[in-house]
Design a protein around this ligand. Structure first.
Ligand code: MN
Length: 732
C-alpha cells in the first residue's frame, strides 16, 4: 500500500484545526498554546503508530478530544487530557514527563486513564474489577470518566476494523456499563450513539431489520406527524408562544429494547416517535410557559392522566427537566408529547456541553452529581465487596426512576422507584439502617419492607439489638443498602467461620487426622464445597458431623484423593489455546473427540443460532446464544473465558427449544396446536403447558428440533392457527 505522507500531514493539521474550532468554552489566555503543545507532544509520541484501520494513530486522540470539546463541552484541561490519553500507555512518555510539561492536574488525569486501560489483560482479573476501578477514579475527577466515554465512543465508531470476537466483547461492555454511565451523567446524545453502535454488533440482524423498517415506514410517519402538529402549531401561535415543534424518532436501541421487554413486534410499537415542543422562554416564565403549552394541547387532544410526568418541578437526578404527556392523536393513536424550554432541551441532549451557556442551572446539577459521586465513594470504601456483585448493584441505580420523600425535619431525599423504608434508613446512615426495626410513614407504623411513594414523610425506628438479616436483601433496592447489608452479613459469616475452624480442629484431632492445609483441602473437595470458609461455617452451625469426618478418613486412606478432578487455574490457558488454536472457533458437533460442552438451559441454543462458548468453573464449556439474557453480562465480564463457537454440519441429534404462545381460548385450541406439531417433520414435543384466564390462553411448549430452520417453520404454522395471536421463542 502506498501512503501519501504529505497528504496525511495536511489531514492531521486539518483535523487539529477543526478541533480548535469546536471548543465550546471560551479559551483563556495561554490555553490555546497549551492545547497546541499537547497536540505536538502526542503527534511526536505516536508518530510511528497506526490504527488497525491503517490510519495514523494520532487521528484517534484528536477525534477523542473533538468529542470532549464539542459533545461533552470540556475545557482546556480536558482537551489536553484527551489528546494525551494514550501516550503513557502506548509510548515512551512517562507520567513524570507529562507532569513536567503540563502540570499536576493533567498528569493525574492521564494516570487515571492509564490505570483504567492498563487493566485490559483479561486473564489478569475480571472486567468487573476494572469497572470498579473506573468508578473509583471517576469519584476523584469526573473528567477521567468523561474522556473515557469519548474514547469508547470513538472506538465504537471504528469497531469495524476489529476481530469479530473483540467487536462482540467491546459492544457488550458498552451496553453493560458505558451507555448507562453516559445516561447517568446526562449525556443523552452520547448514550444513544453508544447503544445504537453496540446493537449493530451484538444483534446485527435485528438492528438492520429495525433500520430498514424505520426507513420503509418513514413517509407514512411524516404525514401523520404533520397531521398531528398542524392544529397544535396554530393554537400555540395564536396564544403568542414562541416555539419549535417537531416529531422525533426513537433510537434503534430503544425500539429494540421495547420489542424485547414487551415481547412485541416492530409493527406493534405505537411510540416510534415522540412530538417535542421546545419553547423559547425567558427564565422566570419557563415553568408557566410549559404548563400553558400543556393546557393548550389538552384542549385539542384527549390526554391520558396516568401518563403525565412532571420533571420540571422535580428534575431527575441526572438533571433531566421536561414535561411528558401522552395524548390521543388522529386515528385514535396514543402519542407522547414532550414539552420543555430551549435551555432544558440543550441540557438534556448535551449535558455538560451546555455548561458554558447556562452556568446557574449547571451549578445545581453539578451539586447533585457531586452528592451522587459521594454516595458511590462511600460504597467503594467497603473493604471487599465482590466486584461483579457491586457492579450489578451499582447498575440498578443508573437507570431507575425516582421518588422524592422527606425526613421528619422536612429534608428531601431522592430514592429509586420501589425503594422501601429500609432503603431510606440506609440512605440516612449505615448505622440507622443496620438497626432499623420499622418506620412511621406519614405517622403510621409500617414494616421495614414497606414501599415508599413520592411525598411520604418517613421516620425510622431503631433498636440496638437489631442486626441485618439475609431476608432484607429480598426487598431493598438501593445499591447502598444492598452493599451495606451484604458487607455486614459477610462479616458475621467470617466471625462464625472463625469459631468453626477451632471446632473442626478439635474434631480432626479426635479422629486422628492432621489439620494441615493439604488435608483440609482434601476435606473441602470431599464435601464438594466452594471454599474452606464455607467448611468452617458449616462446622460452626453443626452441619459437619463426626460421621462425615470418619468417611473422609477412610476415603483418604483409600488413596482416591490424589486423583484431582478439578481444573487448576493454570490449565485455563491450555484449555483455551487448545480450543482457539486450530481455527479460533469452537465447532459444536457430535464428534466425541471434541471437548465436553453443554447447551445452556437459560437460552436453549439450537443449530442455526449464533452462539458462543463459555468455560464454566468445572472445565465444561457451556454454549449460549449470543442474544441470551445472560450474554451481555458474561461477555463483558469474563471475556477471557469466552470462545467463539459455530455449529458443525453433522447435527443428527435434536435440541430442546421453548415456545411461548398466546391468544383467545377457542374450543379445541390444544388439539389444533398438537396437531400442527405432530404434522411437522423433524420435530417432537416434550411438554405442553396451558393456562387460560377469562377467554385468553397462554401456553408453553417444549419441543425437540434439529435447527432454527425447523423451528421457524413451526412458529409460522402455529401463527396460522385461528385464535393464536403471538408465538415467540422463549429467551428471545
Ligand atoms: Mn484510546
Amino acid at each position: 500500500m502506498q501512503i501519501d505522507l504529505e497528504a496525511e500531514k495536511k489531514e492531521i493539521l486539518n483535523r487539529y484545526k477543526r478541533l480548535i474550532k469546536s471548543c465550546k468554552r471560551r479559551l483563556e489566555k495561554g490555553e490555546k498554546e497549551l492545547i497546541r503543545k499537547a497536540f505536538e507532544v502526542a503527534l511526536e509520541a505516536h508518530k510511528d503508530m497506526r490504527r488497525k484501520s491503517g490510519e495514523p494513530y494520532i487521528y484517534h486522540p484528536i477525534e477523542v478530544a473533538q468529542i470532549c470539546a464539542e459533545d461533552i463541552g470540556l475545557g482546556a484541561t480536558g482537551i489536553i487530557g484527551a489528546l494525551l490519553h494514550d501516550t503513557v500507555e502506548d509510548t515512551d512518555l512517562t507520567l513524570e514527563d507529562l507532569k513536567g510539561l503540563f502540570g499536576e492536574k493533567v498528569s493525574q488525569i492521564i494516570d487515571g486513564l492509564t490505570k483504567l486501560s492498563g487493566m485490559q489483560d483479561f486473564t489478569e482479573s475480571l472486567q468487573a474489577e476494572n469497572f470498579r476501578k473506573m468508578l473509583l477514579t471517576m469519584s476523584e475527577d469526573i473528567r477521567v470518566v468523561l474522556i473515557k466515554l469519548a474514547d469508547r465512543l470513538h472506538n465504537m465508531r471504528t469497531l469495524e476494523h476489529m476481530k469479530p470476537e473483540q467487536q462482540l466483547k467491546i459492544s457488550s461492555e458498552t451496553l453493560y456499563l458505558y451507555a448507562p454511565l453516559a445516561h447517568r451523567l446526562g449525556l443523552n446524545v452520547i448514550k444513544t450513539e453508544l447503544e445504537d453502535q453496540a446493537l449493530m454488533y451484538t444483534n446485527p440482524d435485528v438492528y438492520n431489520e429495525i433500520v430498514q423498517k424505520l426507513k420503509d415506514t418513514e413517509p407514512e410517519r411524516k404525514r401523520y406527524i404533520q397531521r398531528f402538529i398542524d392544529p397544535v402549531k396554530e393554537m400555540l401561535q395564536r396564544q403568542g408562544l414562541k416555539f419549535k415543534i417537531f416529531g422525533r424518532p426513537k433510537s434503534v436501541y430503544s425500539i429494540f429494547s421495547k420489542m424485547k421487554n414487551k415481547n412485541v413486534s416492530f409493527d406493534e410499537i405505537y411510540d416510534l416517535f415522540a412530538i417535542r415542543i421546545v419553547l423559547d422562554s425567558v427564565s422566570e416564565f419557563e415553568k408557566s410557559d410549559c404548563w400553558k403549552a400543556y393546557a393548550l394541547i389538552t384542549d385539542i387532544y384527549l390526554t391520558n392522566p396516568d401518563r403525565l410526568r412532571d420533571w420540571i418541578s422535580t428534575p431527575k437526578s441526572n438533571g433531566y427537566e421536561s414535561l411528558h404527556t401522552t395524548v390521543m392523536g388522529p386515528q385514535g393513536k396514543w402519542v407522547e408529547v414532550q414539552i420543555r424550554t430551549e435551555r432544558m432541551d440543550e441540557l438534556a441532549e448535551k449535558g455538560f456541553a451546555a455548561h458554558w451557556k447556562y452556568k446557574d442551572a449547571m451549578a445545581a446539577r453539578e451539586q447533585q452529581l457531586e452528592s451522587w459521586l459521594g454516595r458511590i465513594r462511600e460504597m467503594l470504601e467497603d473493604p471487599d465487596p465482590d466486584a461483579l456483585e457491586f457492579i450489578d448493584d451499582f447498575k440498578l441505580n443508573l437507570f431507575s426512576d425516582e421518588i422524592y420523600v422527606f425526613t421528619p425535619k422536612g429534608e428531601m431525599k431522592t430514592l429509586p422507584y420501589k425503594a422501601t423504608a429500609l432503603d431510606f434508613a440506609f440512605d440516612v446512615h449505615t448505622k440507622i439502617g443496620e438497626h432499623c426495626i420499622g418506620a412511621k410513614v406519614n405517622h403510621k407504623l409500617v414494616p421495614l419492607s414497606h414501599m415508599l411513594t413520592s411525598g411520604d414523610q418517613v421516620e425510622i425506628l431503631t433498636s440496638t439489638k437489631q442486626l441485618p438479616k439475609n431476608e432484607w436483601l429480598d426487598f431493598v433496592v438501593t445499591a447502598k443498602a444492598k452493599s451495606k447489608i451484604k458487607n455486614r452479613l459477610r462479616q458475621e459469616r467470617k466471625k462464625t467461620a472463625l469459631a468453626g475452624k477451632e471446632i473442626l480442629k478439635t474434631k480432626f484431632e479426635a479422629a486422628g487426622l492432621p489439620d494441615d492445609l493439604k488435608t483440609l483441602q482434601g476435606f473441602l473437595k470431599f464435601l464438594k464445597l466452594p471454599s474452606l470458609q464455607e467448611v468452617y461455617y458449616r462446622t460452626a452451625l453443626g452441619n459437619v458431623d463426626t460421621k462425615e469426618i470418619q468417611e473422609f478418613k477412610e476415603f483418604k486412606n483409600s488413596g482416591l484423593l490424589t486423583a484431582a478432578d478439578t481444573v487448576e487455574s493454570k490449565k485455563w490457558d491450555e484449555l483455551i489455546t487448545r480450543v482457539r488454536g486450530t481455527s479460533n472457533m469452537l465447532v459444536i458437533s457430535g464428534d466425541a473427540q471434541q471437548l465436553k460442552y453443554t447447551l445452556a438451559s437459560c437460552c436453549n441454543p439450537i443449530p442455526g443460532d449464533e452462539v458462543f462458548g463459555f468455560f464454566s468453573t468445572n472445565a465444561e464449556i457451556l454454549i449460549h446464544r449470543v442474544n441470551c439474557p445472560n450474554a451481555t453480562k458474561l461477555l463483558s465480564n469474563y471475556a477471557y473465558r469466552i470462545v467463539r463457537a459455530k455449529w458443525g454440519n453433522d447435527q443428527l441429534i435434536s435440541f430442546l427449544a421453548g415456545i411461548r404462545i398466546s391468544g383467545s381460548d377457542e374450543i379445541g385450541m390444544v388439539n389444533s396446536i398438537t396437531k400442527v406439531i405432530s404434522n411437522e417433520n423433524n420435530i417432537n414435543m416434550r411438554s405442553i403447558h396451558f393456562d387460560t384466564d377469562d377467554g385468553l390462553f397462554e401456553g408453553t411448549l417444549m419441543v425437540y428440533v434439529h435447527d432454527t430452520k425447523h423451528l421457524n417453520h413451526l412458529v409460522k404454522n402455529l401463527k396460522n392457527i385461528k385464535g393464536v395471536s403471538t408465538v415467540d421463542r422463549i429467551g428471545q
